[in-house]
Design a protein around this ligand. Structure first.
Ligand code: MRU
Length: 348
């Protein structure tokens, strides 16, 4: 299995996703500040993976603390959580994971636990989130695989794979499960400008699993759909609002509109930790603006004239009306999402 992130006695070890696929190297974060840095610089990326990374960051911050009492540690704990929460704004999994760590801390501190017990339990909670994430991916994979024809072309955007999770993947989990069930899947991976998660990461991890994969430039999807090469679109999500609007990598919205025009089903696969029922619609989802240099440069080389205006939103929101179904580990939901998500909230 691809080791997206691993807890070690020295800290958290990340495969460096900025260097794949040409170089398989690792970054060891030994402090919570370093964990925050690897999230900001996208050494680790993908909504579920950054959530679990942040949880390990909190556990690491607690482990490294010089405090001798819980009361002394409490303000430090707040600073650790605030630093990790300030890394990337769009994926709700990050805040979900930090809130889970905060609730545990409050519960343990309230019950009079010692600092050593709190340190141990925070780490155990991060481990639990790691295991739950892989289990969720596998379950949603099985739910989603049933939706795909026995033989088909599947378009995906960005990387919602093992590298974006603790393993197996969400959208790519659906594809992996379909292949494991004997379906013949040809994956078309959008290259995903400007960070090239599709060309670099999706292609790399699917090839490692010997799944037939073709990388296309982002502007080729319509043409392939028209040629009848794509029977389904499966993407991940960073945050799904209560009405089903889904934020995902910039360019996802384009693909959804194209899929509708060509009568191709458009599926969103995400763990329940990506559902944000507190956010009513996609309009309220914060969209991260990334550095201009990701657009102006490629592999250290400048592509654009000096001084030109640049816009680099990392995500867009696909309105719920374009989404055929939302696949989670709890099951498959269909419109109206306001109702189906609410109903599914009661299932655990
Ligand atoms: O900017 P990134 O690479 O973190 O964006 C990732 C995506 O948009 C993924 O599709 C999403 O997080 C789902 S990952 C299972």
């Amino acid at each position: 299995m691809i080791p997206t992130l691993t807890w070690t006695p020295e800290g958290v070890r990340f495969i460096d996703q900025t260097r794949l696929p040409l170089e398989e190297s690792y970054v060891l974060a030994t402090t919570y500040e370093q964990v925050a840095d690897v999230i900001v610089t996208m050494v680790v990326r993908g909504a579920p993976a950054i959530g679990v990374s942040a949880a390990y960051g909190v556990a690491l911050g607690a482990k490294n603390s010089q405090a001798s009492t819980v009361a002394e540690f409490a303000p430090e704990f707040e600073r650790i959580c605030a630093r990790l929460a300030a890394t990337r704004p769009t994926a709700v999994n990050l805040f979900w994971a930090i809130d889970r760590m905060k609730s545990l801390f409050a519960k343990l501190a309230g019950a009079g636990a010692s600092l050593a017990q709190i340190q141990e339990k925070l780490l155990a909670e991060a481990h639990a989130m790691y295991d739950e994430d892989i289990a969720a991916c596998k379950t949603m994979g099985a739910h989603g695989a049933a939706l795909l024809p026995d033989e088909c072309g599947v378009l995906t955007h960005c990387n919602a794979g093992a590298l974006a999770t603790c393993g197996y993947g969400t959208a790519l989990g659906v594809i992996r499960a379909a292949v494991e069930h004997g379906k013949k899947i040809h994956v078309y991976a959008d290259e995903t400008r400007p960070f090239l998660q599709g060309a670099r990461l999706t292609a790399w991890e699917l090839m490692a699993d010997h799944i037939l994969t073709t990388v296309i430039c982002d502007n080729m999807a319509a043409s392939l759909m028209r040629q009848g090469k794509i029977q389904a679109v499966v993407v991940g999500a960073d945050r799904i609002a209560a009405n089903g609007d889904a934020a995902n990598k910039i360019g996802t919205y384009n693909v959804a509109i194209l899929a509708r025009e060509h009568s191709i089903p458009f599926y969103v696969a995400a763990p329940w930790s990506t559902i944000d029922l507190a956010t009513a619609t996609g309009d309220a989802i914060p969209i991260e603006e990334r550095p201009a240099k990701e657009v102006t440069h490629h592999a250290g080389k400048q592509l654009t004239p000096n001084g030109v205006g640049i816009c680099n939103p990392a995500f867009d929101v696909t309105p719920a009306k374009y989404i055929t179904a939302i696949i989670t580990e709890r099951g498959v939901m269909r419109a109206p999402y306001f109702e189906s998500l609410k109903e599914m909230e009661l299932v655990s």
